[in-house]
Write a protein that binds this ligand. Structure first.
Ligand code: SF4
Length: 192
């Protein structure tokens, strides 16, 4: 491996939101996890929810999701500093919960982030993010949405497979990298 994987710096949740109780995950979470990476980055990446790594504050353990994401970024030529990574749900679910209600409750947090950070391009990973952001599309899946640009809140958005799906099915890596290359090109096109 030429370069080591990097641990992106975490961004704290804004005051007030760190105690958010808008959905039932507030009763099972460890903490609210707002996002990581460069808060002024041109690319905002959206995962479904934080995992164990993010939950352990201050523990520089690199999870499989990050490792595969960074592998894809490296192959595509995307620098870590160009990226801000956040989640559809800002709390890590520990047990069963009402998914549609939690996703709807947390969506305004993501909308606020997009409004405040104004990234040039958004990029979603996995079917959960696709379904939540495009509820009006019947069966919005990555398979259906990838390879084209869509719009969310006035910002271009693309989709690819969830890094964990790519880990489980290595034959997806080629498509994953292809999609990330398209993201890099879109960023160039969208630059003011
Ligand atoms: S998942 Fe989102 S809406 Fe639910 S408690 Fe956490 S921050 Fe609030």
């Amino acid at each position: 491996m030429d370069q080591p994987f990097v641990i992106l710096p975490e961004e704290q949740a804004p005051e007030g939101i760190e105690h958010c109780e808008l959905c039932e995950l507030s009763k099972q979470r460890t903490r609210v996890i707002w996002g990581e990476g460069n808060p002024k980055a041109p690319l905002m990446m959206i995962l479904d929810n934080p995992g164990a790594r993010e939950d352990r504050e201050g523990n520089s353990f690199l999870c499989g999701t990050r490792e595969t994401l960074q592998l894809g970024m490296r192959e595509a030529g995307i620098a870590p500093n160009d990226v801000y990574v956040t989640y559809l749900l800002k709390c890590r679910p520990m047990r069963a919960y009402k998914k549609p209600e939690a996703r709807a409750a947390c969506l305004p947090h993501l909308q606020l982030q997009i409004l405040q950070k104004r990234p040039l391009v958004l990029f979603g990973f996995g079917n959960v993010v696709a379904e939540a952001l495009f509820p009006e599309e019947e069966n919005a899946t990555v398979k259906q949405l990838r390879g084209r640009w869509h719009e969310f809140q006035g910002t271009p958005i693309g989709f690819t497979y969830h890094p964990l799906a790519v880990r489980r099915r290595p034959n997806l890596l080629r498509f994953f990298v292809e999609d990330l290359i398209a993201l890099k090109e879109k960023r160039k096109e969208s630059a003011p």
